[in-house]
Design a protein. Structure first.
Length: 292
């Protein structure tokens, strides 16, 4: 079983230059801000997921590789390695996620992480795969009032078509945490709906995008995903205090945690980053083998 992480450092001057040259739009900091916490995700994987064989870090270019990363251990994947040149550069995580299964050498079973998701307690292989099936919770929805839910709705619609199921006003949404994926199922879906997926790719997020939920939904609709939630805690910095997040990290009550960034003042960002980083340092004081 492998792990895949998508990562962006929105403070990288080369990345910012390319972003403005390509989009001519302001940067939405909550989507691209680097909190400096990637090393703790790697420490968590090494400590609490010892069954992971390879960890792939997907970045847009060489300038995005963290200077502290041991690239002899951490397997770097550039966007150009998996995404057709006609779509590059891409600053849209929903579209980037549609190509992850193309990583050369990726195992059949892999766990996909955004860089704001962390294992904080011991995990087992059965937390992610049971009897060859992916294990993740799904919820049912009718309304899609925001962009995130719209992507979930569109993804479920296409997954149903590809799976040969009838359309439905109800759509499913996988829980917002790391995603246990089956490479063969992703390739199968691409063979059925590749042209449709390709037409949905956009430089920045748009209403009509699909996301990696498309592949999870397809696995669910074809009987290759169990509807069983991964034990996790979710924090949005819009409502959670830095102190509450730090307290959880020091004494976690779930195996996984997702800490979502939001638009905030520079003062709040610096305060939250200091408090949360200190808590992570307490939880994971030792370097991982992925660090120099």
């Amino acid at each position: 079983m492998d792990a895949v992480i998508t990562f962006v450092n929105g403070l990288d001057p080369e990345w910012r230059k390319l972003y403005f040259e390509t989009t001519n739009k302001p940067i939405l900091e909550k989507r691209y801000r680097d909190w400096g916490l990637l090393k703790f995700l790697l420490r968590g994987i090494e400590k609490y997921m010892p069954f992971i064989e390879n960890v792939f870090l997907v970045v847009s270019g060489e300038s995005q590789i963290p200077e502290w990363a041991d690239t002899s251990r951490l397997r770097i994947v550039l966007h150009k390695d998996i995404i057709p040149a006609k779509h590059l550069p891409l600053f849209n995580s929903a579209s980037i996620e549609c190509f992850i299964h193309r990583i050369p050498g990726l195992s059949e079973q892999y766990v996909y992480f955004n860089d704001d998701m962390y294992p904080v307690q011991p995990c087992t292989e059965e937390d992610f795969f049971v009897d060859g099936k992916s294990t993740i919770g799904f919820k049912m929805h009718i309304y899609s009032r925001n962009l995130y839910k719209k992507h979930a709705r569109f993804s479920d619609r296409l997954a149903r078509v590809a799976a040969g199921k009838k359309s439905s006003p109800i759509f499913i949404r996988p829980q917002h945490i790391c995603s246990p994926m089956l490479k063969s199922a992703c390739e199968e879906l691409e063979s059925k709906a590749g042209d449709t997926i390709d037409k949905s790719i956009s430089t920045l997020r748009e209403d009509y995008n699909y996301s990696q939920y498309l592949f999870l939904d397809y696995m669910r609709h074809t009987g290759r995903a169990n509807n069983k939630g991964i034990p996790k805690k979710h924090f949005s910095m819009k409502v959670a205090s830095a102190e509450n997040i730090a307290a959880f990290l020091r004494k976690p009550t779930a195996k996984m945690v997702c800490i979502n960034d939001v638009q905030m003042s520079e003062e709040k960002y610096l305060r939250y980053r200091k408090t949360i980083t200190e808590a992570f340092e307490d939880a994971f004081p030792a370097k991982s083998s992925f660090e120099l």
